[in-house]
Write a protein that binds this ligand. Structure first.
Ligand SMILES: *[C@@H]1O[C@H](CO)[C@@H](O)[C@H](O)[C@H]1NC(C)=O
Length: 350
């Protein structure tokens, strides 16, 4: 689809910073969770994978890549929109070399969060380890094209960060430990502290242009609606309110970081309102189904739990669905439309 990626892209409008400076983006560098993982989890021992059909059904070549989607994911579209390659390779994929990563690389890992305890749940890559991989990448890049060119890429690249939903849904609201230590408001503050440290770490490593994505209306994800039996599968108001509150804090954090860290341009990419609009009025955006995902029965399954090949319940046309599987919001791929709209959208802002 088009719509969710447009949503992302139009978020980048705030990167009108770029329009102002007319800066060319030499690379897109990605950190985060399943919303932006292009396949790193295929190379670590975890069940949080999507390297089987029908994932990737509408991807270039129709193959599963580890993206939690039927097709490409937002960073791929953003990369293409900046005139870079149409897909961003996963750093841990051994079929790629440093030459492939020079114009874009993904360190994200499905199932991870700001909180170390979140990545422990499914044994995925913690955020600090994504940063370790990024440091290794910098070394390899310097060895490959020399310090000067590498430093230019590092400082002019666009860093996309999309993470946080799992901290609430997979960790805080599912496991007892964090709930016994923090009220949800305190947990939000704890995560905000970690987010601030993460941005500072990237800044210290030379990153200057970042987009920090907020969390979506988490209470409207299919799994949350399916389990909201008491309210007839409406969105879980409580989770949406937490998302709004957390996003508000992220926004303040972003303002503070821009003031404090000289030369940093970080934008807060807020997908909440637009996604909620799409969920509330799907037909005006070209969608039909918002309550369940396309993959499997679209209710409980995600990845390993049963979004499997030949599942007779998998929908024939993902473009009508806002969600691909039951937990993860994902873009619906339709190249013709998305390419077209993407370019229109970018032309407006660049
Ligand atoms: C997360 O784990 C890493 C590695 O063990 C550690 O350096 C870091 O301090 C931890 N973060 C928190 C907030 O505990």
């Amino acid at each position: 689809m088009a719509y969710l990626s447009i949503l992302w892209l139009c978020l980048i409008q705030t990167l009108a910073i770029l329009a102002k400076t007319k800066a060319k983006i030499p690379a897109v560098i990605v950190f985060g969770d399943s919303s932006v993982d292009s396949g790193n989890n295929n190379f670590i021992p975890t069940i949080a994978r999507s390297n089987f059909e029908p994932y990737g059904r509408d991807f270039l070549g129709g193959r599963p890549t580890g993206r939690f989607s039927n097709g490409r994911i937002p960073p791929d579209f953003i990369s293409e929109g900046f005139g870079l390659k149409p897909t961003i390779p996963a750093y841990l994929d051994p079929t790629y070399k440093i030459s492939d990563f020079a114009s874009g690389v993904c360190f994200a890992s499905a199932g991870t969060g700001y909180d170390n305890a979140t990545s422990d749940v499914l044994g995925v890559i913690p955020l600090w380890k994504e940063v370790e991989y990024y440091k290794e990448y910098q070394k390899k890049l310097k060895a490959y094209i020399g310090h000067e060119k590498a430093n230019k890429i590092i400082s002019e690249a666009l860093y996309l960060i999309s993470i946080g939903t799992n901290d609430f849904l997979e960790n805080y609201y599912t496991l007892p430990e964090r709930q016994s230590q923090f009220t949800v408001t305190e947990y939000e503050d704890f995560l905000i502290g970690l987010a601030g440290n993460f941005v500072k770490d990237l800044y210290d490593l030379g990153a200057r242009k970042m987009s920090l994505t907020g969390v979506p209306p988490m209470g409207c994800l299919p799994l949350e609606r399916t389990t909201n039996i008491l309210e007839e599968h409406a969105c879980m108001e409580q989770y949406n309110n937490v998302a709004l509150e957390f996003n508000g804090k992220l926004k303040s954090l972003v303002a503070k970081l821009n003031r404090e860290l000289q030369g940093l341009q970080v934008v807060f990419a807020d997908a909440y309102d637009l996604l909620l609009q799409i969920i509330t009025k799907p037909s005006s955006f070209g969608f039909e189904e918002v309550r369940i995902g396309c993959c499997g029965t679209g209710r409980f399954e995600m990845g390993f739990l049963g979004c499997l090949k030949d599942n007779p319940f998998t929908c024939p046309d993902a473009n009508r669905y806002v969600f691909w599987d039951s937990f993860h919001p994902s873009e619906k791929t339709n190249y013709i439309i998305s390419d077209h709209l993407l370019k229109t959208c970018l032309a407006k802002f660049l």
